[in-house]
Ligand binder design. Structure first.
Ligand code: S3P
Length: 187
């Protein structure tokens, strides 16, 4: 009989094998935990981690809110696509995207073609309680976050559902979600 350690070791090996050299791209709504879960997942898989929003901030030398305010959302989406394209450089890694990246048709086509995509989803109230901790999201600045996220979810969820894997996060510890992703990938 295999020990728990052997089991998790072979789950990790199988998950990595199943990636066929492609990066893992995490998609899903603001507040679902893409960045934190992505970091945990990368650590377990012993791969580099990249956060698209952070990379955009570094490239533009500007906060996301300032990019939206000064240049508009379309400009942000274009930059977002370029950053994702640059990050998908043929190396295996875990990439956390911003909530709107996968909704953009061209960016989605890129992600679906060149990566293993994972939709992380959670109950509305959980998303709202998480986004309320920070006030740095331009799309949530002008209105009630719960209403905005609920409206966005109606439009976005069927699109997020085009991702290859669907993983519920809710209130699970982020490391547990990372393990659930590995389990799903290893099957
Ligand atoms: C956005 C989500 C944000 C960020 C930007 C737009 C969106 O990222 O990219 O504010 O359209 O949902 P997080 O999902 O990391 O909050």
């Amino acid at each position: 009989m295999k020990s728990i350690n052997q089991k998790s070791k072979s789950a990790i090996e199988n998950a990595i094998k199943g990636l066929n050299g492609q990066p893992i791209l995490l998609v899903g709504m603001m507040g679902v935990g893409k960045s934190t879960i992505g970091r945990r997942l990368a650590a377990i898989l012993n791969m580099p981690f990249a956060d698209v929003d952070d990379e955009i901030i570094i490239s533009a030398n500007m906060d996301i809110s300032d990019i939206f305010e000064n240049h508009g959302e379309d400009h942000f989406r274009e930059g977002e696509r370029k950053v994702i394209q640059r990050l998908m450089d043929g190396k295996q890694k875990v990439i956390a995207t911003g909530g709107g990246a996968f909704i953009n048709e061209q960016t989605r086509a890129l992600i679906l073609k060149q990566s293993v995509s994972i939709w992380l989803y959670a109950e509305l109230d959980i998303l709202v309680s998480r986004v309320n901790r920070r006030n740095n999201r331009p799309l949530l600045k002008n209105g009630d976050p719960k209403k905005i996220i609920s409206e966005l979810s109606k439009i976005r969820d069927p699109i997020y559902a085009l991702a290859q894997y669907h993983i519920r996060t809710d209130n699970a510890p982020h490391s547990k979600t990372a393990i659930n992703i590995i389990k799903a990938l290893s099957v």
